[in-house]
Design a protein around this ligand. Structure first.
Ligand SMILES: *[C@@H]1O[C@H](CO)[C@@H](O)[C@H](O)[C@H]1NC(C)=O
Ligand SMILES: *[C@@H]1O[C@H](CO)[C@@H](O)[C@H](O)[C@H]1NC(C)=O
Length: 255
């Protein structure tokens, strides 16, 4: 776990564990045609990165599917509509989302201000990724709760030097090449309306669909980040969280 163990430690742990499992399926009594990876929040980031890494591998059984529950998938833009609309909505405040990803990358939250205002990535790099990371790729109905377009800020080489690994797909899977995405397995993506990470999920859904990957999408209109964590608790269980989990399970059963 960060900050003691920085990127790519968590990614490598997950990749190593998944590879070990795929190498020893017989030992676990698992059908090689039916292995699915799943993760929520930061775990959704890891599941997405592991799926991408394994997508092109011919020496291991192919994953049957991936299940991404309100995943965090990018760190280029913390001013997308969902980040603006839900900046102060528990359980994941906008500032915390940036704080966590910086802790994962560097083991500290230096440059938090630049990351929040968007002056951590040079303009030419942002323009290069605009085809994938842009409010223009978010359907209009997700902007009605409020969205202010922002001017593109440039950044210093000193700051970019510290955070340039945000451009690595193993850290930000939304930035993987089309040729990688095309090989991904069928996917289930859950997004919540009241979640800063909502637009990460929406943008990844679009990228997968544009690359011919079948996506089952579940959007919880009244959901917030982390809602599935309290599933089954007697005093803090939400109908919406149950609906999300039921949908994920139905997806699994349909495979
Ligand atoms: C994962 O496996 C690679 C190669 O076997 C190794 O270099 C790396 O240290 C492992 N990572 C972790 C976190 O165990
Ligand atoms: C934060 O992490 C960066 C990158 O590892 C490092 O260069 C910098 O010295 C660290 N800052 C502090 C205050 O520890």
């Amino acid at each position: 776990l960060a900050p003691e163990h920085k990127y790519p430690a968590a990614y490598e742990d997950c990749l190593n564990a998944t590879q070990h499992f795929l190498h020893h399926l017989e030992h676990y009594g698992v059908d090689p045609a039916r292995v699915t990876v799943c993760g929520d929040s930061a775990g959704g980031n890891l599941a997405a990165a592991v799926s991408q890494t394994l997508a092109g591998r011919s020496d291991l059984p192919k994953l049957r599917a991936q299940i991404l529950l309100y995943p965090g998938l990018q760190a280029l833009d913390f001013n997308l509509p969902s980040y603006q609309q839900n900046r102060g909505v528990p359980l994941l405040f906008r500032e915390r989302a940036a704080f966590y990803v910086l802790q994962y990358l560097n083991g500290n939250a230096t440059n938090l201000e630049e990351v929040l205002e968007g002056s951590h990535i040079p303009i030419d790099v942002k323009l290069n990724y605009q085809k994938w990371v842009s409010p223009d790729n978010i359907p209009e109905k997700f902007k009605v709760r409020g969205y202010k377009p922002r001017v593109l800020l440039d950044c210093t080489t000193e700051v970019f030097e510290k955070v340039k690994r945000f451009c690595e797909p193993n850290l930000c899977p939304l930035l993987a090449e089309d040729t990688v995405l095309q090989q991904l397995p069928e996917s289930f993506i859950l997004t919540c309306e009241y979640d800063v990470l909502r637009d990460d999920g929406l943008l990844y859904k679009k990228r997968l669909e544009d690359n011919g990957v079948r996506v089952t999408w579940c959007h919880l209109e009244d959901g917030f980040h982390g809602i599935i964590n309290s599933f089954g608790s007697d005093w803090l269980s939400f109908p919406s969280g149950k609906r999300g989990l039921d949908n994920a399970i139905n997806f699994l059963k349909s495979l």
